[in-house]
Design a protein around this ligand. Structure first.
Ligand code: HEC
Length: 448
């Protein structure tokens, strides 16, 4: 562990990233989908000469600007802070490998945010054609931000053979394009684009729900229905894209999902399956709610309905991202770096030379328990906490010191038939360090 450890009590650092990320994903995908919604809605209104539509689209663009420009950007920076603290090694790999990718991304963000501002503030001040063009520039720039970040996110799931072949040699950047267009690139770009389009519809329904149905029945009916249509294509295509995506995911990781399927209710490890099911069920509910409440009864579609749809969308997003995280376990960068920052290629060296010499944060005269705690923080706390989320206190409760030794031996050897291999990294370190970890874990539940 070359960096100080960020200890977030009870929930663990992973959930800090998760909570920020879920909001960020809801907003950033809306920033892309909504970027297409606005000019298309404006174009329709202009063609049909509908001043009442234009007024609402303009209102929506204000909401859009505030949500994406303020909450989208702040939560994006929040992700950087949290991943940098929670997983410095992984973050560093992403930065070093994709220097130019990030540079392009920042330029696109600049274009995206400035056109969003120009679009909102020039309603009625410049010609309609020019205003519409600003909208299209925004749409293209924001879609390109997705094109870039999608390559980097996919890389974390599966860097692909060409990059893995040079990983750790210092030549990684020479495989930039192979890493960028990794095996999950296209299905996940399609999947995310579909999510963007649905979110454009979902957020637009929030705006539409505020139109007074008694005062403007025609406007409300038309806008609610037009917005609801945005959910349709993606929900029809989503199952197929999901299958394609899973097809690209490494066999070993996919096995986790299948294992969960076959042991529902009994298996020790079915979260990924449960999450995948939750995702499917809430997606279907979204479609149902939108069809019955928005499409069929547009006039009575109120704010509570819109917020319910939004909430379900949040559940789908959260479940989807959680499944993706679980599919990637035990890696943070597929088959290269484990979630706790240990590189796969370093395992042998760390077993021989020890793990703790890399932790200058540990006092020189640390006691055995302090050394054990150092091991625990560095190697286990990426996924466990002491007392709440995947709590060690509970997991250790039924184990005496001998059972702990056996458990740690299984984790350390990480043999192909180890039941933990598909979701926990191998425990690294010398025999002395592993004993210290065992003593520390034992102390958590003492007295028995
Ligand atoms: C990459 C994430 C990750 C890391 C790192 C990790 N674990 Fe786990 N661990 C998990 C997951 C996921 C489970 C399953 C949790 C569940 O079923 O609720 C688990 C389960 C466990 C269990 C319960 C298994 C059982 O059969 O009782 C123990 C004990 C455990 N981990 C110990 C450790 C120790 C000790 C370390 C550090 C050396 C560690 N874990 C590191 C993800 C991780």
């Amino acid at each position: 562990m070359n960096y100080p450890f960020w200890d977030v009590p009870h929930i663990g650092s992973g959930w800090v990233i998760g909570i920020i990320a879920i909001f960020h994903i809801m907003i950033s995908h809306f920033a892309v989908g909504g970027g297409l919604y606005l000019p298309l809605a404006e174009r329709k209104a202009l063609r049909e000469g509908r001043a009442d539509w234009l007024e609402k689209v303009r209102g929506h663009s204000k909401f859009f600007l505030i949500l994406t420009g303020v909450f989208g950007t702040v939560s994006g920076v929040g992700i950087w802070f949290s991943i940098g603290l929670a997983n410095p090694e992984g973050t560093s790999t992403l930065i070093h490998n994709f220097v130019f990718g990030w540079a392009i991304e920042w330029v696109l963000f600049m274009v995206e945010l400035s056109t969003a501002v120009v679009y909102y503030y020039t309603w009625g001040r410049i010609s309609n054609e020019l205003h519409l063009k600003v909208g299209y520039v925004y749409a293209v720039a924001s879609f390109l931000t997705l094109v870039i970040i999608n390559g980097i996110l996919g890389f974390m799931m599966m860097p692909g053979e060409p990059w893995l072949a040079v990983a750790g040699t210092g030549q990684e950047a020479s495989r930039f394009w192979q890493a960028f267009f990794n095996p999950t690139y296209w299905p996940s770009l399609l999947l995310r684009s579909a999510v963007c389009v649905s979110l454009a519809g979902i957020w637009a329904l929030v705006t539409c729900s505020r139109i007074d149905g008694e005062a403007e029945p025609r406007l409300k009916t038309e806008m609610v229905r037009w917005s609801a249509k945005w959910l349709l294509p993606s929900f029809l295509a989503m199952p197929f894209i999901l299958v394609w995506y899973l097809w690209q995911v490494p066999e070993a990781q996919r096995a986790l999902l299948q294992l969960g399927m076959s042991t529902i209710g009994t298996g020790a490890f079915t979260q990924v399956t449960r999450m995948a099911l939750l995702m499917v069920i809430s997606s279907v509910t979204v479609v149902g709610v939108v069809y019955f409440l928005a499409w069929r009864l547009p006039l009575s579609f109120g704010r509570a309905h819109a917020l319910a749809v939004l909430f379900l969308g949040l559940v789908v997003t959260a479940a989807g991202e959680y499944s993706r995280e679980m599919l990637r376990k035990p890696y943070v960068i597929g088959r290269h770096m484990y979630s706790n920052g240990v590189r796969k290629s370093d395992v042998e060296r760390l077993n021989r030379d020890g793990y703790l010499p890399n932790s200058p944060w540990l006092p020189a005269n640390a006691t055995v328990l302090q050394r054990g705690e150092g091991m625990f923080r560095g190697q286990c706390m990426a996924c466990h906490t002491v007392d709440a989320y995947r709590p060690m206190k509970r997991l250790m409760a039924g184990r005496d010191r001998e059972a702990i030794t056996r458990l740690l031996a299984i984790l350390h050897d990480s043999k192909p038939d180890s039941p933990y291999k598909s979701f926990m990294p191998p425990l690294v370190g010398t025999a002395e360090e592993i004993t210290a970890l065992g003593d520390y874990l034992d102390s958590l539940t003492a007295p028995k």
